[in-house]
Write a protein that binds this ligand. Structure first.
Ligand code: SF4
Ligand code: SF4
Length: 340
């Protein structure tokens, strides 16, 4: 069975998780404001051979899309081996803060998507958010170089109060150059228990979106822009859900943690999302997935409203066979490119 056929078969099977994020390292070379990772680095990591065994389990479980992130995942010496294996089994997205993509370009050739984080077209502003001088230049150069090399690179700004007004301009800038844009949304971890799987976001007033009507307007703008711009990688349904959340404080989605998606840390431990306590390891999944323990957790998470990380809203809304069909319609041009 080809990768595309196998992925379609999994995507259309109900009752299975379809998205997983593997945070393959807790090391990072940046020090972004609003992030805990660089303050609490840890070099303990599962070796590539174990990660590959874990990926086999994820495939059997039904995972369609695997996101490889961190920390900065490209800091791993064995990242090429990990991406190579993942890309045979899943739609594979690799995140990079823009610092390593050129150095590790050959490792990225097989990835389906490479997401580079750029938060502003203003160099000074971008570098102050990343807290690293030169971050903007490196990231812009990485995007340009990967695009020229035919690697499916996209730009992923994190929308926050710092850059909310310039997101349409940033979107136009890259998509006019044939570079797709996806988005993250500034959020932070509320529950920070000692067993929390992976501490990422700390609350930061400067980033918190206080101008809620600006967010509503941004969602409207992106919905309108999508009609003539096929390189905006966010679905209309997701934009409408986010719009409703900021306009009326209404969550039209139930969180699908440990149902539609799961998260794995550098040691192979798993949780519904990074904010909650770990509940076993990737190697326990075959026996735990249908257990009563997981069923109870799923029900608890489905009523949780602690975060608004955009990826989790996306998986909750679209991570079902129906969601995948509407996603294929929404992203038809891009889907055709993948299945060619
Ligand atoms: S946001 Fe990403 S790049 Fe920035 S410090 Fe955290 S893990 Fe590193
Ligand atoms: S809303 Fe979902 S993803 Fe967010 S903290 Fe709760 S369980 Fe995790």
């Amino acid at each position: 069975m080809t990768k595309a056929t196998s992925i379609v078969a999994r995507a259309l099977t109900s009752g299975k998780p379809h998205h997983a994020q593997w945070l393959v390292t807790r090391r990072c070379n940046y020090s972004c404001a609003g992030c805990n990772v660089w303050k609490e680095q840890d070099d303990r990591e599962l070796p590539a051979a174990e990660i590959k065994k874990g990926m086999d389990i994820l495939k059997k479980l039904g995972i369609v899309e695997l996101v490889i992130s961190g920390g900065e995942p490209l800091l791993r010496d064995d990242i090429g081996e990990i991406i190579d294996y993942a890309s045979k089994l899943f739609l594979t997205t690799v995140y990079d803060n823009g610092s390593m993509a050129i150095k590790k370009m050959d490792c990225l050739r097989k990835a389906d998507f490479v997401a580079i984080s750029i938060d502003s077209l203003n160099e000074t502003k971008n570098d102050s958010i990343k807290a690293v001088p030169g971050a903007w230049k490196r990231a812009m150069e990485a995007v340009e170089t990967l695009h020229k090399e035919g690697i499916n690179v996209n730009v992923t700004p994190t929308i926050s109060q710092k850059n909310i007004y310039e997101i349409p301009k940033l979107t136009e800038y890259f998509t006019q150059r044939q570079i797709p844009v996806y988005y993250s949304l500034y959020s932070f971890d509320v529950s920070a228990g000692k067993d929390q799987l992976f501490r990422i976001g700390k609350a930061n007033d400067e980033f918190m979106i206080t101008d809620k009507q600006a967010m509503v307007k941004l969602c409207d703008s992106l919905i309108a822009m999508k009609k003539r711009n096929g390189r905006i990688f966010i679905t209309k349904r997701l934009l409408k859900a986010v719009r409703g959340y900021y306009d009326q404080d209404k969550r039209v989605w139930k969180c699908g943690a440990l149902k539609n998606f799961l998260v794995i840390d550098p040691l192979g431990r798993i949780a519904g999302c990074h904010s909650h306590s770990f509940v076993g390891s990737v190697f326990d999944l075959p026996k735990k997935w249908d257990s009563q323990e997981f069923q109870i957790l799923r029900e608890t998470y489905s009523t949780c409203a602690q975060c608004n990380y955009l990826c989790y809203i996306f998986y909750s809304l679209e991570g079902t066979p129906y969601g995948h069909l509407s996603l294929a319609v929404d992203q038809w041009k891009n889907a055709r490119r993948f299945f060619k």
